[in-house]
Design a binder for this molecule. Sequence first.
Ligand SMILES: Nc1ncnc2c1ncn2[C@@H]1O[C@H](COP(=O)(O)OP(=O)(O)OP(=O)(O)O)[C@@H](O)[C@H]1O
Ligand SMILES: [Mg+2]
Length: 308
Amino acid sequence: MPTPAIHIKDLHKNYAELKAVKGISFDIKQGEFFALLGQNGAGKSTTINILTGLSNKTSGTVKIFNSDVSQNYQSARKRIGLVPQEFNMDKFEIVEKFLDFNAGYFGIAKEQRKIRITHVLKELGLENKRHSKILMLSGGMKRRLLIARALLHDPDILILDEPTAGVDVESRRSIWETMQRFNKAGKTILLTTHYIEEAEELADRVAIIHHGKIIKIDTKQNIMQQFGKDLVTLHFKSKISKVPSEIMGQKPTLGSDKSSLQFIFDHQKFKQKDLLQTITKSKAESFEISKAKLEDIFVELTKGESKK
Ligand SMILES: Nc1ncnc2c1ncn2[C@@H]1O[C@H](COP(=O)(O)OP(=O)(O)OP(=O)(O)O)[C@@H](O)[C@H]1O
Ligand SMILES: [Mg+2]
């Protein structure tokens, strides 16, 4: 088995009495696009901060390409490009200077820095901001600048903590494209988000973190198949006089056109073949099945979970 890009084993983090991370374990393969999905306060940033040495773990093991982040911090850290959740930049600094300083921090030689800076600014669509003060950038541009900074030392893993929270559509597109290009080049991505659509659109594998525990981890397809509920719409030739009381364990609803019925198909309760039989029996003229949404699954998994 090749070395995982990220290895986390039985990780715990307490802030005094508060147990923020309660024994999480998972590996992220090299080249994987992995999303850590969770609500506010679930423990996403705490996990990321431990991975990147910003915070100390209470117990457990964390390795980056086999380097333990506690024992071998330097070699672990240089493989990672980190995009933190909070802006931590001097807003009076010039963009180019800010990047140059950070490149120096990662030991990039003076003559190489200009080339790298040009490259990352282009990558994030910020070439024309090179000589601007950071305070003149919009929120979305600042976020892109943080990503540019994370890419300066050509890391193997990009870790982004809610990179698109509160950014405009253009910045979001630019950020998504940058992540996808990075991943296509064979590199590893760990993304935290509470935007379900973001995980659904981008990730290969998803872990759902809730009150400091991983409550589900699987490929996106498996999660969606296993827990997904599809919305089935049946279209009829004419208006429906009587709505059937139950279809597939659900009360169907009448469409606004009065000639269609909708109901939820639960993959856990029924087989695909039962659904097809039901559709045939209904004598509907046509039907549609809309894609299972990760959102339904997320709501289902996190509802009624105790805070303990
Ligand atoms: N430095 C700290 N001191 C004390 N408690 C903290 C600290 N940082 C985080 N916490 C607490 O730990 C828990 C997990 O927080 P964390 O920031 O990891 O959540 P998150 O999943 O990143 O949430 P968000 O989506 O809001 O960023 C929360 O209850 C939070 O209040
Ligand atoms: Mg956070």
